[in-house]
Design a protein around this ligand. Sequence first.
Ligand code: HEC
Ligand code: HEC
Length: 317
Amino acid sequence: MNNLKPMRCIGASLFAALMGLLFLAGFVSGASAQDTPDAGPKPSLVVKPMESHIDNITGHAANAKSDYRRYCAGCHGDYGDANGENAVWLDPKPRNFTLATFKCRSTLTGTLPTDEDLYNTLVRGIVNSNMPVWNTFTKQQRADLVAYIKIFSPRWEKEKAGEPIKIPAEPPVTIDSIAHGKALFTKLECWKCHGPHGEGDGPSASTLTDSQDNPIRPYNFALGKNDSRFKCGSTNQDIYKIFMTGVDGTPMPSFADVIQPNDAWDLVHFLRTLQIHRHGKENEVLMSAHGVIPPYVDKNPAPAAAPADNKAPGGGQ
Ligand code: HEC
Ligand code: HEC
């Protein structure tokens, strides 16, 4: 029995020493967190001197260090790789900034967004996702964060942002415009993913995945209430941009090569009628047509294809 005593003694002092160490460790890490609030991730991260330009404001990456760590890293990760501690719980996943692929752009598919595009995303947040609205920041803070997003991918040092697409003035909403939009929706097979009534239930819908192999559902137009917002904005111009530039990193393609700029407005007008709970010009026009979209009749049909050796003079197409 006697020989147990020293054992117990050693056990007890070991325990005390361990507790002491734990306490010390807690104290030290607590203290160092206080003394240097921005110790930064380990291994440390090189904050490249990236800039952003929003109107007359210049954003500097270095100034966004603590804002990013405090407000963004929890989802987007210290290294911008979408591995923040909350990311596992989120669907859709946070954006992985190391890929520099962005959904909300005014620029053609595959190109980098403009500083304004990123800035506007921070102002707006992303509806139907966990990306919050950041309206408590100053303009300067947001500009600095936009610059900070650029430190994570070398693309920002090698490439310029794409050119914003040109959007012609919106023509009046008429039932003909809506009818033409509907014809385009059918012809371009938007319905295959979005469903015939835009409810996100097309035949391909359940099979779609994004570029990170996460399942992704096409947007359900019918869900939007009166304030119906899209991920990348809420105006008719924003919808125009979405399908002309595509939602990069998802199966939602860009139609800039297929749709003529003016025809795109007809498609916008039709898409608005799929938002059945929305009060707006498009649904008013549809109501006055007794809720019936007439079949589209092409008033300027393209001339019948000429044989290859008999091209129209003047390079006509
Ligand atoms: C609670 C989680 C969360 C936090 C915090 C968060 N984000 Fe996000 N963020 C997301 C998610 C989720 C997405 C992707 C949404 C989607 O794909 O629909 C996203 C997307 C983005 C995008 C991509 C926009 C595009 O066009 O693709 C940017 C830029 C962005 N976040 C910046 C930030 C910045 C800057 C902060 C900090 C001020 C921040 N986020 C904080 C969850 C978060
Ligand atoms: C291959 C499938 C597919 C086709 C074809 C397709 N879409 Fe999409 N679309 C999607 C997916 C998936 C999303 C959701 C992307 C996301 O949530 O990030 C989407 C999103 C959208 C959005 C934005 C919704 C939002 O939340 O901001 C609009 C607008 C849209 N599509 C319009 C169209 C139009 C118009 C056509 C045809 C000209 C079309 N789509 C064709 C799959 C498709």
